[in-house]
Design a protein around this ligand. Structure first.
Ligand SMILES: *[C@@H]1O[C@H](CO)[C@@H](O)[C@H](O)[C@H]1NC(C)=O
Ligand SMILES: *[C@@H]1O[C@H](CO)[C@@H](O)[C@H](O)[C@H]1NC(C)=O
Ligand SMILES: *[C@@H]1O[C@H](CO)[C@@H](O)[C@H](O)[C@H]1NC(C)=O
Length: 431
């Protein structure tokens, strides 16, 4: 598997060649005003991936966990590059990034009351709280829907507070209180808010918190050792990756400090990553640099596509409070901030987006379920989703892996994003 998993990278260096040769054809289509369906896009990107990775690693003075050496990582990247060169001439089908994966028997459950893209979710016991999200590019939700795993029904619905972001939120829970940090305020590619809130799930009441020092889109967010940690994400323009990392002491839904404290910056910035605390360590997995931005001068902040680099990187913080590099995901993966669950000392991640197609530049969704084994620090691909889908909202209850919402593909042969969904599915996991 290890070999085939790098297939997706295969023409990272073809990009430049391709972009130069077809620059004329693409012409004015450099900025494409369409978030939902991916389209051709702009900037000459080629050396960015490896340069950015190298830069990230050098800059952060990263430490390396035992048995995962920096040399391993560097070698892999070199390997990827070589292969990219070898396959430059080869035609790549639209579905080239799919990894071999076993079929899983998926069962369709009651769909969410509304479709949602870039929403957020938190599971507390048998309840999945599903927040916000785009219904369409021009309409965002301002409420929470709750799914009951015991009855397999959608039940409660309640409003979010005024001023809370509608997408790209950072969320975390201690089992009763749900912290909702920053995010985008409004539809299309509007600006972010730094406002931060806490929901008491027992009383269904909201409270304010000190706002984040600067607003972020889809920052990695987790509770760890009594502090709410927020890092990465995109900066105010929605595109520039943030490296900053802040934390604030919290207890029972209240901030114990007036201000956020600056923590060690994350080695690589950007939004849409899984952020997981497990075995008293904080892990940040996958994500991307760059995102759609508001078209300059557009009164509705119309989204326009920009360069994005999706990555597979995984990093970890432990007692030493220094970032350590973990083995990367089997392929670059982003839009997974609420797409993970912890099961049997492993992290399960469902769906996402990977690097764009090297030839046609279309956005490519991910249809696999990944498992990161926390004992051996290894990845495997454990199955296929019923379709490729990004920003899934996942839960795990009594042996069942659930996912709902997101944006699914155009069909088995076409991994580009299309329909925003509210579907709920489950499959019995046997790890
Ligand atoms: C890590 O390296 C040590 C020493 O080389 C070895 O004994 C151990 O089995 C390795 N662990 C894994 C998980 O590969
Ligand atoms: C979820 O379903 C269980 C089983 O019927 C029920 O006891 C519980 O009250 C439900 N929770 C909510 C919040 O509706
Ligand atoms: C987790 O491990 C337990 C004990 O080995 C096993 O019974 C259970 O089936 C595992 N869960 C899953 C989802 O595989």
């Amino acid at each position: 598997m290890a070999r085939s998993t790098h297939k997706h990278h295969s023409s990272s260096t073809t990009k430049l060649v391709f972009l130069i040769s077809c620059a004329g054809l693409l012409g004015a289509a450099l900025i494409v005003d369409f978030l939902w369906a991916s389209s051709s896009y702009s900037t000459a990107a080629a050396p960015y991936l490896s340069a950015a990775s190298k830069w990230a690693l050098q800059k952060s003075g990263i430490e390396v966990v035992p048995n995962v050496t920096l040399a391993d990582i560097t070698d892999k990247r070199k390997d990827v590059k070589d292969r990219a060169e070898r396959t430059r001439e080869r035609y790549l089908p639209a579905t080239y990034a799919d990894l071999p994966a076993p079929e899983l028997p998926w069962e369709e459950m009651p769909p969410a009351p509304v479709p949602r893209l870039d929403g957020a979710a938190i599971q507390i016991k048998n309840l999945l709280y599903v927040f916000a999200g785009y219904g369409t590019l021009d309409y965002v939700h301002s409420h929470v829907d709750v799914y009951n795993f015991s009855t397999n029904t959608w039940g409660e619905r309640f409003d979010m507070p005024k001023g809370m972001g509608h997408s790209h939120l950072g969320v975390a829970t201690d089992g009763r209180y749900i912290y909702v940090v920053s995010g985008q305020y409004g539809p299309q590619c509007r600006g972010p808010t730094a406002l931060t809130f806490v929901l008491d799930t027992e009383t269904k009441t909201w409270r304010g918190m000190p706002p984040l020092p600067s607003p972020r889109y889809a920052p990695a967010t987790q509770l760890w050792r009594g502090r709410l940690h927020v890092m990465g994400g995109s900066k105010e323009n929605r595109h520039t990756p943030g490296l900053e990392h802040w934390s604030i002491a919290v207890e029972d839904g209240k901030a114990l400090e007036q201000q956020w404290k600056t923590e060690i910056p994350i080695p690589r910035g950007g939004p849409h990553r899984a952020c997981v605390v497990v075995n008293d360590r904080l892990l940040v997995i996958g994500g991307q640099e760059g995102d759609f931005m508001a078209k300059p001068g557009s009164p509705i902040f119309k989204c326009s596509r920009r360069l994005e680099v999706v990555y597979a990187d995984a990093y970890m913080l432990d007692d030493e409070m220094k970032w350590k590099v973990l083995p990367p995901m089997p392929k670059p993966n982003s839009h997974i901030e609420c797409s993970w669950v912890i099961v049997n000392n492993s992290i399960i991640i469902a769906g996402g987006t990977t690097e764009k197609h090297p030839v046609n530049k279309r956005m490519i969704l991910v249809g696999e379920v990944f498992q990161f084994h926390l004992d051996s620090l290894t990845w495997s691909v454990i199955g296929k989703l019923p379709f490729r889908v990004k920003t899934t909202l996942t839960g795990f209850w009594e042996g069942w892996l659930y996912f709902t919402s997101g944006q699914r593909d155009r069909g088995a042969d076409n991994p580009q994003p299309r329909k925003v969904i509210g579907d709920m599915w489950r499959t019995r996991l046997s790890l």
